[in-house]
Design a protein around this ligand. Structure first.
Ligand SMILES: [Zn+2]
Length: 298
């Protein structure tokens, strides 16, 4: 409605708009303080209705309008406000819009971004971020190895747990490392002995679990190992931060013991990360790296 009022106002006129929308008034004032006409950069930074705001500010600038707003109480019986409210509701129920703009004619935007032929009306950068995340997540879920994650998983809770160390405004290497480590727990990509054997069977042939020495150390064995049973039973009833607790009480001591065993066997860091001569299967695989990256970005 505001747009219609502006379109029909003569050039150089002063327009007073009575509206019950405080957010519209505030946002108009904010945009007026920007350099007009709005640059594509500012337009696409808009949280919503970016094209509409661009058109409004374009009309104001082009027709040299002076716009004043008066905030009125909604649903307080003010005649024209009630009429406008009624009209807006009527149009909401229609499939066609009361006004159609030829977006190709907008002078300040050369290209209007669309997704599946739908104009992207919210913050473009955030939209691209969420599309990339959703695509990555879809890729993750569609992998055969992740079929067990398709049903009955509370992903909101999982992402909350994955992100709880990370600030939304800055990237910390420590938080990113922690997140990638949590993801390795989630997708069972911990460098267990059975895991590293695939890359270096020459170094770890016949090696068993570094804690109990009795069984092959698979991902599942970590949680069923006799040496971890008591700790896990205690944690099941009394944990503070489950990831930190498991990491500090189970995985870290296991890694310390593994490093000790490797040192005693003459395996140092350099020989461990050296590629095996006969090009055996590499670890982690490209797929796993992509998977971890995708989940870190989510
Ligand atoms: Zn064991």
């Amino acid at each position: 409605m505001c747009l219609v009022a502006l379109i029909i106002s003569p050039i150089n006129s002063t327009v007073t708009i009575f509206t019950d929308s405080k957010s519209s008034i505030d946002h108009f004032s904010y945009l007026q303080r920007q350099q007009l006409p709005l640059s594509p950069r500012n337009t696409f930074k808009e949280a919503s209705n970016n094209i509409l705001w661009n058109i409004i500010m374009d009309i104001v600038e082009f027709n040299s309008l002076k716009v004043n707003f008066v905030k009125i109480q909604a649903h307080s019986g003010i005649q024209y406000n009630e009429t406008v409210d009624k009209l807006a509701k009527e149009f909401n129920n229609l499939n066609t819009l009361p006004l159609n703009f030829n977006i190709d004619q907008i002078t300040t935007i050369k290209y209007v971004p669309k997704w599946n032929n739908i104009i992207i009306e919210n913050n473009l950068r955030k939209f691209i971020t969420s599309i990339s995340r959703n695509r990555g997540f879809e890729l993750f879920l569609n992998l055969f190895r992740n079929r067990k994650y398709v049903n009955d998983i509370d992903w909101i809770a999982i992402f909350f747990a994955l992100n709880d160390e990370e600030s939304t405004t800055e990237t910390s290497f420590y938080a990113s490392y922690k997140k990638s480590h949590k993801i390795k727990f989630l997708i069972e990509e911990l460098p267990t002995i059975e895991h590293v054997k695939k890359r270096r069977p020459d170094l770890y042939d016949q090696w068993n679990c570094s804690m109990c020495k009795n069984e092959k150390e698979t991902f599942n064995h970590i949680w069923t190992c006799d040496n971890h049973k008591d700790i896990l039973q205690t944690l099941a009833f009394n944990y503070n931060r489950i990831y930190m607790d498991i990491n500090n009480l189970i995985w870290k001591p296991r890694c310390d013991q593994q490093i000790l065993n490797e040192t005693n066997a003459g395996i140092d860091r350099k020989s461990k990360y050296k590629k095996k001569q006969n090009n055996g299967p590499s670890l982690p695989s490209t797929n796993n790296i992509i998977l971890i990256l995708v989940l870190i970005l989510i």
